[in-house]
Design a protein around this ligand. Structure first.
Ligand SMILES: *Cc1c(COP(=O)(O)O)cnc(C)c1O
Length: 236
């Protein structure tokens, strides 16, 4: 089941790559496993999926623990909001963090990344939807943040991430992705060696690939609809 869904999604990604004139292997599928049990992650892993995105730190830690025997084959990405009291465990446990929008959080992650692990791969989350969104650095403040984060010794700044306001229609969906891509190209022109544009979710993956996404974050399209989280909190 998960195997078939994954193949369907890979075919959709490949078709969008062909339409964009991009190599078919230029987009990584990040499986967003929030609210899914460890068994669902294990089933996806058995189908060949290795990169997983989680939103809530404690929920992710439980799953990482449950699947510790497969730790070497799994890549864990934090894509949800991160508060400063959780940076240590995240620095010790995750492979990537996509949701950095403040220097303070980046500094803590760099200071707390254990010496035995490679530098933590990070993206900066950018607010590409203006007042509609509260999280993400404002585009005007992005260059200063990016250069400061790139200078931190135990982080590797890989690129940018966004969660645009949901809109209908390919043309409208492409606009915020084009905006993120332009910011990405600007930073590259300033000398930052970025290689990751984390954008596109189940509802707008084609729009994101057409605008240059290198990592699409797919939850419901892969695992099916999520049950509401019991006792959900805004951040975790
Ligand atoms: C939940 C989530 C996704 C996946 O959303 P779907 O619509 O289920 O594909 C991607 N990125 C972030 C940051 C999320 O919180």
């Amino acid at each position: 089941m998960i195997d078939r869904k994954r193949q369907e999604l890979k075919a959709r990604i490949a078709a969008a790559c062909r339409q964009a004139g991009r190599p078919e292997d230029s987009v990584t599928l990040l499986a967003v496993s929030k609210t899914q049990p460890a068994e669902a992650v294990a089933a996806a892993l058995a189908a060949g999926q290795q990169a997983f995105g989680e939103n809530y730190v404690q929920e992710a830690l439980d799953k990482i623990d449950a699947l510790i025997a497969d730790r070497e084959r799994l890549q864990w990405h934090l894509i949800g909001p991160l508060q400063s009291n959780k940076t240590r465990v995240v620095a010790e446990t995750f492979d990537w963090v996509h949701s950095i929008d403040r220097l303070k959080i980046a500094e803590r992650l760099s200071a707390q990344r254990p010496v035995g692990l490679p530098p933590l791969d990070v993206c900066l989350q950018v607010n590409v939807s203006g007042e509609a969104s509260k999280s993400g650095v404002e585009p005007a403040a992005l260059p200063a943040l990016a250069h400061a984060v790139a200078a931190l010794p135990r982080l590797r700044l890989r690129g940018l991430m966004s969660i645009p306001e949901p809109v209908e229609g390919l043309a409208a969906q492409r606009l915020p992705h084009a905006r993120l891509r332009a910011l990405f190209e600007q930073l590259r022109a300033e000398g930052l060696p970025l290689d990751t544009l984390s954008m596109g979710m189940s509802a707008d993956l084609e729009a994101a690939v057409l605008e240059g996404a290198t990592m699409v974050r797919l939850g419901t399209a892969l695992f099916g609809a999520r049950a509401p989280r019991a006792g959900a909190q805004a951040a975790g």
